[in-house]
Design a protein around this ligand. Structure first.
Ligand code: TMP
Length: 210
């Protein structure tokens, strides 16, 4: 069956402010009478949240990079079949905080597993379900990390604790993806005020997909 809904993913470095923005945009879309599924990766459902705990546990310093990539892909698979695809089939707008591009940038590029290798294992997991639109929150990685450090509500996880060099490499990975998929990935300037970023994201979604 062809999906009737819209699948939108949100990407960016740590501390780009995605989570808050997505939640406000979700409320605005609901006010317009749309069914919205607001979710995140890794997680969104019980099994994938359990996998998230394993991946992000600060004690799991011995985790191999391929194991990490496979766990993200496994969490993605379960979340997709249990939550994303059913939502799309009902005609909902699915807003997903991170998706495959995170694996390509973090595991493929920054962990140096290779973007193509990581794409391959993810194709096994997602088959052909790709976002209709991806919004990239553009912020300098150092600035993003500084924002996180200031926010004591947010716990630092195993990936947050990687070096600035790692996060700069993630950022470079994202830049490559933006070049590869210019039709799908749209950038927003995440350094602007929260209100402006929300407005810009909302406009991109409504003009591109509605
Ligand atoms: P979050 O902090 O945005 O909730 O994401 C959790 C962390 O997992 C974040 O550091 C990005 C990372 N991540 C990957 O490395 N690969 C992936 O495929 C996903 C979805 C997230």
């Amino acid at each position: 069956m062809k999906n009737k809904g819209k699948f939108i993913s949100f990407e960016g470095p740590e501390g780009a402010g995605k989570t808050t923005v997505i939640s406000v945009v979700s409320d605005r879309l609901k006010e317009q009478g749309k069914e919205v599924v607001l979710t995140r990766e890794p997680g969104g459902i019980k099994i994938s949240e359990a996998i998230r705990e394993i991946i992000l546990d600060n004690n799991h310093t011995q985790m191999d990079a391929k194991t990490e990539a496979l766990l993200y892909a496994a969490a993605r698979r379960q979340h997709l079949v249990e939550k994303v695809i059913p939502g799309l089939e009902r005609g909902a707008i699915v807003l997903c905080d991170r998706f495959i591009d995170s694996s390509l940038a973090y595991q493929g590029y920054a962990r140096e597993l290779g973007m193509e290798e990581v794409l391959k294992i993810n194709q096994f997991a997602i088959e052909n379900t790709m976002p209709d639109l991806t919004i990239f929150f553009d912020i300098d990685p150092a600035e993003g990390l500084a924002r996180i450090a200031k926010n004591d509500q947010r716990e630092q996880n195993r990936l947050d604790n990687e070096s600035l060099r790692f996060h700069e490499s993630v950022y470079k990975g994202y830049q490559k993806l933006i070049q590869l998929y210019p039709e799908r990935i749209i950038e927003v300037d995440a350094r602007l005020s929260k209100t402006t970023v929300i407005e810009n994201v909302y406009k991109i979604i409504t003009s591109r997909l509605m």
